[in-house]
Design a protein around this ligand. Structure first.
Ligand code: SF4
Length: 378
């Protein structure tokens, strides 16, 4: 791991849980503090984000841990991904990370109530038995950053193994795949967020290099996993065009595109209040040095022609290698789909349906129902 966990805070209700015992045994030098669960909020309230990235809280959470991706408001389209929130926060420190302002929680947290999460997933699958569900653990945390401590990746892969009408995507900026590779891969996608080296060096602290991510992707592919890549957030900087083309070239010269299930693209965007957080925590960051506007969902975005240019550059490059690969935008307007990808989903359900069609065609070995648009209405 490229970072150090110095302290473990343990909720008194989970002291004997398997996850707690395992994490503690793998961090023999960390300070350990057991706190009565009713006093946790008080214990955590003065911990800053920077301090919180060296502290791991193990606790239990009641309520929904499996839910639709929060998405954004229309007209921007979203893909109806389902997120599994078994962890919050991340030991890496990207200047643009939305978790800095989104969660209101500063300490890395893992929940040990895996059984509850499993039941929530099964209930959801049973509620719409013909829909193909895509689950991911990388929304409020990096899916693999803490895996050398938690071994959660293999557990998730095993849980989804040969389960019909679903898959799990584990998304990361690390190269911690040794745990995942111990599991049999049938319904699992290992996914990497990618950016040019210049941006990783400056804006993605403690993350793995692009080369290390791609070496890990190649190993995952050789072990039989499906792969995905996420150009998100794409950021403008001097020389970005060639730099992003280079990333595409590196991906396709390292892995076999037939094993890539999808690639997403999303331009840098953030809630307006968030820019104070970035300026305060990362005064040397250049990420805010661009002309931005307030989008129709209230988030700050690059102006339309710049977003269009960003996307077109990367999509054109990808299409040189694979004309059929499923590409999608995260939180973009219908007209952007039309101009850059040549089609526009009617709505989020329609996009979800197209994901299913694409998976069925590209990976026919996955056990899934033949997609029917009637099963994909919101
Ligand atoms: S790797 Fe992802 S979750 Fe971690 S700091 Fe960076 S953007 Fe945030």
């Amino acid at each position: 791991m490229q970072f150090k966990i110095e302290k473990i805070i343990i909720d008194d209700r989970v002291v004997e849980d398997a996850l707690t015992l395992q994490v503690s045994s793998r961090l023999p030098d960390a300070d350990v503090k057991i706190i009565h669960h009713k006093e946790l909020a008080q214990e955590l309230e003065s911990i800053t984000l920077t301090e919180g990235k060296r502290i791991l809280l193990i606790t239990r959470r009641s309520g929904e841990l499996v839910k639709p991706c929060p998405a954004t408001n229309p007209p921007y389209l979203c893909c109806r991904y389902t997120v599994i929130n078994q962890a919050w926060q991340c030991p890496m420190d990207c200047t643009y990370c939305v978790l800095q302002g989104y969660l209101g929680k500063s300490v890395m947290t893992v929940f040990s109530d895996t059984d509850v999460i499993h039941s929530q997933i099964i209930a959801l699958l049973e509620s719409e038995p013909r829909r193909f569900f895509r689950f991911g653990t990388g929304e409020l945390a990096d899916s693999l950053a803490l895996d050398p401590l938690t071994d959660q990746a293999a557990q998730w892969i095993n849980f989804f193994y040969n389960r019909p009408n679903t898959l799990i995507e584990l998304k990361t900026k690390s190269d911690n795949i040794d745990g995942a590779l111990k599991a049999a891969p049938s319904n699992a996608v290992l996914a990497w967020s990618v950016n040019p080296k210049q941006l990783i060096d400056k804006e993605e602290l403690h993350a793995a290099s692009l080369e290390a991510r791609l070496v890990a992707a190649k190993r995952a592919q050789e072990a039989g996993f499906m792969l995905a890549f996420h150009f998100d957030p794409m950021v403008l900087f001097p020389g970005w065009e060639q730099a992003y083309r280079n990333v595409v070239q590196q991906i396709f010269s390292t892995v076999d595109s037939k094993r890539i299930i999808w690639i997403s693209l999303g331009a840098f965007r953030f809630p307006p209040s968030f820019d104070d957080v970035i300026r305060q925590r990362f005064p040397g960051s250049g990420i805010l040095n661009a002309e931005m506007i307030r989008g129709l969902d209230g988030k700050m975005r690059y102006i339309r022609p710049l977003r269009e240019k960003l996307f077109k550059t990367v999509v054109d490059e990808i299409r040189k290698y694979d004309k059929n690969l499923f590409l999608y935008f995260c939180m973009e307007a219908p007209w952007m789909w039309d101009r850059i990808l040549g089609w526009t989903p009617d709505n989020n359900g329609h996009l979800d349906y197209h994901f299913a069609l694409s998976v069925k065609k590209r990976f026919p070995q996955i056990d899934m129902s033949t997609p029917d648009i009637a099963d994909y209405f919101d």
